[in-house]
Design a protein around this ligand. Structure first.
Ligand code: COA
Length: 261
């Protein structure tokens, strides 16, 4: 766990809520885990050598994301921040030492944003400008739909972004599961569960009150996957490009006036 003074002031995480993660498979560390079907897979922290795999698969599986559309140079630089930031996590799943899946997420979005700006801001900006220069249509779309929003978000003195509508929950840091993906040929062996379980466990150990994620709303998304694993739908939003997203929460702690969610 990182030395975060705010965490020291918080009560340590009490328990994980009922759900598949604590019960279905024991928390995988970096050791090997056997799924029901018995092929051995292993969940480990992401290394810089994993970047070509992660970036290629990210762009293939999530081609509509704005960062993916900025091109491999930008996405590689951005994905690297999950390894350098103390408040972010990246994991890779492998079978026979071959990567078959990955997860990236952030345990403290505000702290991670600060780290990204301080440690990587200039490099990311240059790569983003390079990506936009090579993709004029994307540049136009960026000017129309995102420039103002990014400026408000990144400039000092910004106002906090509006949260998706949903029931009020306990206050505290919300971890964000950004992306999880498993290669088609390795699916349905519990690897997705194990990657998510690892992140949820890290978020609980970090003192987060919940983990949140977005997935495409409706048939193209993974909503049913998360709902069958105890995640709670808490609202919907739209990307600047009009894509409908559903937000899901996985509560980690009781608290606040509403009690358990
Ligand atoms: C979602 C994903 C990570 C699951 O990986 P996995 O290793 O196959 O997951 P598990 O083995 O833990 O679970 C597989 C089960 O979930 C089901 N499942 C997978 N995706 C699903 C979806 N979108 N909706 C409903 N069920 C789904 C599978 O049918 C399978 O069911 P089975 O056990 O009855 O065969 C993988 O399907 C994937 O990479 N999808 C594309 C990217 C994506 O949607 N990511 C999530 C949004 S960030």
């Amino acid at each position: 766990m990182e030395a975060d003074p705010r965490l020291a002031a918080q009560p340590s995480p009490v328990r994980l809520p009922p759900g598949p993660y604590p019960a279905r498979i024991p928390l995988p560390a970096t050791g090997e885990v056997r799924s029901a079907a018995d092929p051995v897979f292993r969940i480990r922290s992401m290394d810089p050598e994993d970047l070509p795999f992660v970036v290629t698969e990210h762009r293939r599986i999530f081609p509509d994301g704005f960062f993916a559309r900025l091109g491999p140079a930008f996405l590689t630089a951005y994905t690297r921040t999950y390894m350098t930031g103390p408040h972010a996590r990246g994991y890779v799943a492998e079978v026979n030492r071959q990567p078959v899946g990955f997860l990236v997420g952030v345990l403290d979005p505000a702290e991670h944003r600060r780290h990204v700006l301080q440690a990587h801001g200039r490099g990311l900006l240059l790569r983003a400008l390079g990506g936009l220069a090579l993709r004029p249509l994307l540049a136009l779309r960026f000017l129309r739909t995102r420039l103002g929003r990014y400026a408000r978000k990144l400039l000092p003195g910004r106002r906090p972004a509006a949260q998706p509508s949903g029931p009020p929950g306990p206050s505290g840091v919300t971890a964000v599961l950004a992306h999880v993906a498993v290669l088609e040929r390795a699916r349905s062996r519990g690897i997705g569960d194990a990657l998510i379980q690892r992140f949820v466990g890290d978020a609980a150990a970090h003192g987060c009150v919940r983990v949140s994620l977005v997935t495409v709303a409706g048939p193209g998304g993974a909503g049913p996957y998360y709902e069958s694993r105890g995640w709670i739908p808490v609202g919907q939003s739209r990307t600047p490009d009009g894509l409908r997203l559903a937000t899901y929460d996985f509560p980690l702690r009781d608290g606040g006036p509403g009690g358990p969610r």
